[in-house]
Design a protein around this ligand. Structure first.
Ligand code: FE
Length: 141
């Protein structure tokens, strides 16, 4: 599903082709017991579902893009919710015509390669709590 190398709390990951990006990233965090940190990455995907939260209605709007795209930026953070890694990941991806789409990443299927870095912060323990006003799972320090 993925391969990685590591220097203390710094990781370099390669997610296998045709694999679900979020499945691999979640499995990696669970396997390494990472509950705090940052994620960065790039790669290529061909099936991606992004999410937009409408603040007026607090309703999520999801959209799937079934086409070959480059991950021009992937940025995220890792915190802890209910004792498990909670991944918050945003993405921008470019299409064949060089236009970009982006949003909150629900999932994407790797189509080529996906290269990620994860920096873990074992001494920091950000948690999450559901916030009624925004409809978001906000940091709990
Ligand atoms: Fe988000």
């Amino acid at each position: 599903m993925y391969q990685f190398i590591q220097d203390q709390h710094h990781y370099v990951l390669s997610v296998d082709n045709h694999v679900s990006l979020m499945e691999a990233l979640t499995a990696f965090c669970k396997d390494q017991n990472i509950l705090s940190g940052t994620i960065g990455g790039l790669g290529a995907i061909n099936e991606a579902t992004f999410r937009f939260l409408d603040p007026a209605t607090k309703q999520y709007v999801d959209k799937t893009f079934s086409e070959q795209m480059e991950i021009t930026n992937l940025t995220g953070n890792i915190s802890e919710k209910d004792g498990k890694p909670y991944l918050h990941v945003h993405i921008t991806a470019s299409r064949r015509d060089y236009t970009c789409v982006g949003g909150h990443l629900l999932d994407a299927k790797i189509s080529g390669a996906c290269e990620l870095t994860v920096d873990a912060f074992p001494e920091l323990k950000p948690g999450r709590r559901a916030d009624e006003e925004t409809g978001l799972n906000l940091y709990r320090f």
